[in-house]
Ligand binder design. Structure first.
Ligand code: ZN
Length: 318
């Protein structure tokens, strides 16, 4: 948990900037979606390009850990949806985690610049730093062989977009304070909450099962609103306990514990706040809040009809 241009993002060893670094968005992604010169707006309102976004990485972590991970995902992405779904969840967690981490560290380092006054300072957010520490412990699985005993550190979702109604080949967004990240590769959308021990996915299992079909982008956006809002309500930070390593062990086993006695796992769901999340995710379709919350007890849905039956959306507006 040390950041700076002269420390490897993964192992903390000294690095020599700018040679010892890796792009946050891998070269294969930048090439495949022509991202190099595309711009990203940071929280302090400065603009960088995808190719500017790099994190310090020692040569060893680069060749032994980051490059093989990227090669695995690149190969699956070239084959499409089924191959991505077949990746194990830890691989997807680490892959999303690396990009999330890269964006977050860039934001934090920008904030440390005395000339910058960010609109939403991250470093002052104590709860976020606790979550980040929890995430960072499990993210070490990129470098060290770690076995998660009976849990998965994140909720990872893979959705399919109906190509008929889809015009956006690549997209990514994140919410740094709730540690959610989502990326779209052609007709595949992968999203995750990176520190919740898979609890959001468990809570959303019915919605996720119902969403295992080609979805209209407006439905994917609704699904994303549910995940992001659930992550916002998620109220606990898991603790992790590495078991003592014995001579001859070739991996570390992590146990986990969630303190659900002193606080509720989720804060109560409020439709008005969830409506704001929908408003944000549906920006592209310009659906007003009044329409979303016409029935305050049942916000607008494209995934389900009023009776809770899955809807098919062929086009929007209909
Ligand atoms: Zn390293």
């Amino acid at each position: 948990m040390r950041f700076g241009p002269e420390q490897c993002f993964l192992c903390g060893r000294p690095t020599t900037p700018p040679t010892d670094s890796v792009p946050v968005f891998a070269p294969w992604l930048q090439e495949r979606y022509q991202l190099a010169n595309r711009q990203i707006l940071l929280l302090d309102q400065s603009v960088v390009t995808y190719s500017d976004l790099r994190i310090p990485c020692c040569p060893r972590c680069h060749t032994q850990h980051v490059a093989p991970l990227e090669a695995t995902v690149e190969k699956a992405a070239a084959q499409g949806l089924d191959a991505i779904r077949a990746l194990d969840e830890k691989t997807l967690f680490l892959w999303l985690g690396k990009m999330f981490y890269g964006v977050l560290v860039t934001e934090l380092l920008t904030e440390l610049d005395p000339l910058v006054k960010p609109r939403y300072p991250l470093a002052e957010n104590a709860q976020m730093l606790r979550r980040f520490q929890a995430f960072f412990q499990t993210f070490q699985a990129l470098r060290v062989p770690i076995v998660f005993e009976d849990f998965s550190p994140a909720s990872v979702f893979v959705l399919e977009v109906d190509p008929q109604q889809d015009t956006v080949p690549f997209e990514y967004d994140d919410d740094l304070t709730t540690m959610t990240f989502s990326i779209k590769l052609d007709n595949v959308v992968i999203m995750a909450c990176l520190f919740d021990n898979g609890i959001i996915r468990q809570a959303m299992r019915r919605v996720y099962t119902d969403a295992q079909r080609p979805l209209h982008p407006i439905q994917v956006a609704e699904f994303k609103a549910r995940v992001y809002y659930a992550a916002y309500l998620f109220n606990v930070v898991p603790d992790y306990f590495p078991r003592p390593v014995q001579a001859g062990d070739d991996h570390i086993v992590y146990d986990t514990l969630i303190d659900d006695i002193t606080s509720e796992v989720f804060n109560p769901w409020e439709n008005s706040a969830y409506g704001q999340s929908l408003l944000e995710m549906w920006k592209r379709w310009q659906i007003p809040l009044s329409e979303i919350l016409r029935d305050p007890a049942q916000p607008l849905s494209f995934l389900y009809d009023a009776d809770g039956v899955s809807r098919n959306i062929e086009k929007y507006p209909v």
